[in-house]
Design a protein around this ligand. Structure first.
Ligand code: GYE
Length: 384
């Protein structure tokens, strides 16, 4: 019965999956950032519904399967609810791994607590779910529990952040965080050259320490700090939250006011907090301000701040991984092989129409030239 259901589901999802998969890249490197239109297509892809008749057919099959206790059960151990990015990620997974698509999703919000996340995964193993999806808060500490899942014969799918101390998972879908950091460094180098700014005195508000998103973004940007001999004054974590970003900036302002001209916030919510703190202290920032603001994620509210000139550049991290995740489960159900890694396609956004693109050596050692997308209202409207 699960097989019959799976065939129907595969047919029903074909339309949206084809579009959604087109937005991701399964190659080892992201060669070019997608233009703004791709973003619109991605956003649309995430909400594209299968044709009504097929949906009805699938819903019937799903109901029948559920009545027979044959729904595919998936446990999802989500990081938490710390940011706009996270909300979009949760929505994307919940709408793809839905009852209508034949899936009974057990969702656990781990509230940024690594121990709670390990416990959630162990509970899923005990329940004997069919699949486990993990967005790992931190990249290490996974070997034992993934061995337990493997021993229980439960396939694990990792989304977003990476697991770096175990290979006992079937597939990963997410972003190349080091490239995001490298792109930020390459952009800053070109931007200060264009503006005739000779000294870079940077403060970094990093994400959750030990998360692969933090590690990659820090490593990528640090390569430019070293090469360009920039002065990185300090790096403190804001835990990917607005409150954290604000607190770190308030303390930076006490120690370094007047001494920095760049702040790198490792996500939009931290940037919102840092901006509030600078505003309250009367420090000018953004386009034409004294402090250049760099951010990551490019959620709707983040891009609104780019449009308003409050954030100078925002490096997208795409959270719409639900459709890819469903696709992986469908393939596994059908006995097909799945890609080990799927990279999301991600554009880089800027406030000013000055630099057209950036060239840098990406994390795979490849020379790439990627466009910079100037944010307008249409870009904001198409964001997640
Ligand atoms: O950048 C941040 C979120 O893991 C890529 O986590 C994700 C990061 C994202 O809290 O906003």
């Amino acid at each position: 019965m699960r097989k019959t259901l799976s065939v129907l589901l595969t047919a029903a999802m074909a339309t949206s999956m084809l579009v959604a998969c087109g937005s991701s890249s399964t190659q080892a490197t992201t060669t070019a950032a997608a233009p703004a239109e791709t973003k619109a297509a991605e956003t649309q892809a995430a909400t594209t519904a299968a044709p009504a008749e097929t949906v009805a057919e699938v819903t019937e099959a799903a109901k029948a399967a559920e009545a027979n206790g044959e729904t595919i059960t998936v446990g999802f151990a989500q990081v938490g609810h710390e940011s706009d990015w996270r909300t979009a990620s949760t929505n994307s997974v919940q709408s793809a791994l839905s009852k209508e698509n034949g899936i009974d999703l057990q969702f656990v919000d781990c509230d940024n607590d690594s121990a709670a996340q390990l416990e959630a995964v162990r509970n899923f193993i005990q329940q004997g779910v069919d699949y486990i999806v993990i967005d790992p808060i931190v990249s290490t500490g996974w070997d034992t529990v993934l061995t337990e899942a493997d021993d229980a014969g439960i396939p694990v799918i990792v989304i977003d952040r990476t697991i770096d101390d175990s290979d006992k998972y079937v597939s990963w879908v997410g972003s190349e965080f080091t490239n995001e950091g490298l792109a930020a460094g390459a952009w800053l180098k070109a931007y200060v050259a264009d503006k005739g700014i000779s000294e870079v005195n940077a403060l970094v508000i990093s994400g959750t320490t030990g998360s692969s998103a933090q590690i990659g973004r820090s490593n990528g940007f640090d390569k430019y700090v070293e090469e360009e001999k920039w002065n990185k004054i300090d790096e403190q974590t804001g835990d990917f939250t607005q409150e954290g970003g604000q607190k770190v900036m308030e303390s930076y302002l006490k120690s370094y006011e007047g001494k920095f001209n760049v702040v790198v916030c490792q996500n939009d919510n931290e940037a919102f907090g840092a901006i509030d703190a600078m505003k309250a202290a009367g420090v000018s920032y953004g386009v034409d301000g004294d402090v250049i603001v760099i951010s990551f994620d490019a959620c709707t509210a983040g891009l609104q701040k780019v449009l308003a000139g409050e954030i100078n550049a925002d490096f997208q991290c795409n959270p719409l991984q639900g459709p890819d995740c469903l696709n992986i489960i469908k393939k596994l159900e059908a006995g097909e092989t799945v890609d080990q890694k799927t990279f999301m396609a991600e554009p880089w956004y800027v406030a000013e129409d000055k630099l057209k693109d950036i060239a840098y050596t990406n994390n795979s050692g490849k020379e790439v030239t990627e466009p910079l997308v100037v944010v307008d209202q249409a870009v904001v409207d198409a964001a997640y």
